[in-house]
Write a protein that binds this ligand. Structure first.
Ligand code: GRG
Length: 298
């Protein structure tokens, strides 16, 4: 195993442990709210995950010189939106999954109504944290962040992509349509993670650069996710594999073929790295993270 891979695995693990404390610090406190809702939100946070979106956001923030106390709040916001999407995606009305991150999904551990409310509560919490003046002293900056996160996660972003995905079970899609679906469903949250630090830093030229970086990274991430569904093992991936094929769903891998899909994801990562190389040594972790996206096994 090469050294960069070992280093990035270590970085992800150290970051995840530290960031979990940040996420927990934002959760509602049990005494004031429903005990069940608190427990379920805490459970979803505690079962973990790679925390890739907050880590990418934190790395770009440190390249741009943003204070950790500011970037951590936006990073928590994006992770809570991601958590909400996974909890809702696992529900019987959607992907109907009983395993996520190697543990029972939220509706299996608790119940369906609780899982719906957990997702709703995570979504509101994300916007509550970002809109607070501790995120940035300038209200225009906070408003911009809220606007971009709402676009990325809503009907013209992740939710729209999820709808296309549900409809895709019943029809054949062209490669171009699948690229569009994945750009919305998966790519938009990566886009937000990459541009949010530029908004915090009020550096709008860099925003174009990191937006371009995110479009390649998000697509490569999705191709790898499809490859893991075909080649991955349930114990490592932490969720059921082989699902797309069983559901008769067209994916980037089923249309491109395994070898072409691997080549496409590798090319995308090389192109994404070229975009951030001008940031020099400061971008080292981000480059390692980009490489990790296509070499990971979960
Ligand atoms: C329900 C509104 C709504 C949206 C759901 C995110 C999503 C849209 C569905 C999840 C299904 C899926 C496999 C999406 C593709 C990529 C993806 C988001 C994978 C999971 O992200 P990771 O690997 O997860 O970063 P961890 O567990 O590490 O946080």
């Amino acid at each position: 195993m090469n050294n960069d891979f070992i280093n990035i695995e270590k970085l992800i693990s150290v970051f995840s442990t530290d960031f979990e404390k940040t996420l927990i610090s934002f959760l509602p406190k049990a005494l004031f709210f429903s005990d069940k809702l608190d427990k379920a939100m805490y459970y979803v946070v505690k079962v973990g995950g790679k925390r890739l979106r907050p880590l990418i956001l934190s790395e770009i923030s440190s390249i741009l010189g943003i204070k950790k106390e500011n970037s951590d709040r936006v990073a928590a916001g994006i992770e809570f939106i991601h958590c909400y999407s996974l909890v809702h995606d696992d529900l019987p009305a959607m992907d109907d999954d009983d395993l996520r991150r190697g543990h029972p999904t939220c509706h299996i551990k608790f119940d369906e109504a609780t899982a719906i409310l957990v997702g709703d509560a995570f979504q509101s919490l994300a916007f509550e944290i970002i809109s607070h003046e501790k995120t940035h002293e300038n209200s225009e900056v906070r408003c911009n962040l809220i606007n971009e996160l709402a676009k990325s996660s809503g009907a013209e972003g992740m939710v729209g992509g999820q709808m296309l995905d549900l409809e895709a079970e019943k029809k054949t899609l062209t490669l171009e349509k699948i690229f569009q679906l994945q750009r919305l469903k998966t790519g938009e949250l990566f886009r937000f993670s990459c541009i949010a630090p530029c908004i915090l830093a009020e550096k709008y030229e860099e925003l174009q650069v990191f937006e371009n970086f995110s479009s390649k990274l998000g697509l490569a991430f999705q191709i790898k996710d499809d490859l893991l569904d075909v080649e991955g093992n349930i114990l490592e991936v932490g969720k059921k594999t082989g699902k797309d094929h069983k559901q008769g769903k067209e994916t980037l891998v089923s249309l491109l073929g395994i070898e072409n899909a691997k080549k496409k994801s590798k090319d995308l990562i090389e192109e994404s790295i070229k975009i951030i190389e001008p940031f020099g040594e400061k971008a080292k972790n981000l480059i390692d993270l980009a490489n990790f996206i296509i070499s990971r096994n979960k």
